[in-house]
Write a protein that binds this ligand. Structure first.
Ligand SMILES: Nc1ncnc2c1ncn2[C@@H]1O[C@H](COP(=O)(O)OP(=O)(O)OP(=O)(O)O)[C@@H](O)[C@H]1O
Ligand SMILES: [Mg+2]
Length: 288
């Protein structure tokens, strides 16, 4: 299994420069963020005064029950949803709109335009954002496709690939952009258990190679412990921070261990406990 060290230096170019300038500054700072949707009849509060900080090369997980605002938080970090309260800063700058410094991978298998080959799909954001010319985009795309073990399928169309392979393409497409932060919304939730496990393993291997920074959403406690280095546990709707859990010592080889089971049980108890701590109290911390 991977030797996952922590913390780790970044190899993602833009972010690495920023962190060299301010080593203690968080890459992403989410401070007192409340998110709401206005529908015709209702005002829905998706999450309430959420605080967290993500540092360079962290694998930070948002964990919570359905409807607690995980996807909404990811959308807000992506610049697609403006907080009604609080602030989101990336490299010290307020997030105001979507940008190539934040790339998103979704749960759905149909996030790839079907008329483009795998290579064309991966090249597309590089070309559309002006980040690379055609030759450089092709080089970067082929390198990213190789990293997710799909070189043989570079000229294939998405409909000829399995769900897991399509998710690998979506990850390659995001990675090729060398974003400051990779945003992943339950990317493996629709996969069968074996493929999901394999994808988790590959993601950790990729992280071991590249040391990217990742904000990963899941409602699986086990996936959060395996994939994450730190977990933010959210309460049911509207999501409030319940606790922050350090879990960088766990990987796929530790799922059977006593420490892993104990951590999973503690998170489970937290998720199903009533209420949240008063807003003035600091989030509880468990784990290493
Ligand atoms: N476009 C929207 N318009 C109105 N309400 C919305 C919209 N999107 C989400 N919501 C509401 O905001 C709350 C949080 O939704 P969100 O999708 O962020 O939850 P989630 O934690 O990602 O859930 P899941 O685990 O089911 O994906 C829910 O009550 C949901 O109904
Ligand atoms: Mg969601």
């Amino acid at each position: 299994m991977n030797a996952l060290s922590y913390p780790a230096p970044a190899l993602v170019s833009g972010a690495a420069t920023a962190s060299a300038a301010a080593p203690h500054r968080p890459l992403l700072d989410v401070s007192g963020v409340t998110l709401q949707y206005k529908t015709r009849d209702h005002l829905v509060t998706a999450c309430y005064r959420v605080d967290f900080q993500l540092f360079q090369a962290e694998r930070f997980v948002l964990l919570g029950p359905s409807g607690c605002g995980k996807s909404s938080l990811l959308k807000a970090v992506g610049g697609f949803l403006e907080p009604v309260e609080g602030a989101i800063r990336l490299n010290g700058q307020p997030v105001a709109r979507p940008g190539p410094d934040r790339m998103m991978v979704f749960q759905e298998f149909d996030q790839l335009p079907p008329w483009k080959t795998v290579k064309q799909n991966v090249m597309f954001p590089l070309l559309a954002s002006g980040k690379a010319g055609r030759r450089e985009a092709e080089e970067k795309a082929l390198a990213a496709i190789a990293k997710v073990n799909l070189s043989k399928f570079a000229e294939s169309y998405p409909h000829t690939l399995s769900g897991g392979m399509k998710q690998r393409v979506a990850i390659a497409r995001a990675m090729a952009m060398e974003p400051d932060i990779l945003l992943m919304d339950e990317p493996f939730a629709a996969l069968d258990a074996l493929t999901r496990r394999k994808m988790q393993e590959e993601l950790l291997q990729l992280w071991d190679d590249v040391r990217f920074s990742m904000l990963f959403v899941t409602h699986s406690i086990e996936e959060a412990l395996v994939v994450g280095s730190r977990i933010l546990v959210l309460s049911p709707h509207p999501g409030q921070v319940k606790a922050e859990v350090n879990c960088h010592e766990f990987d796929l080889s530790s799922t059977g261990s006593r420490a892993f089971q104990a951590a999973a049980q503690r998170i489970h108890a937290m998720l199903f406990a009533d209420g949240v701590e008063p807003p003035s109290a600091p989030p509880g911390r468990i784990g290493a």
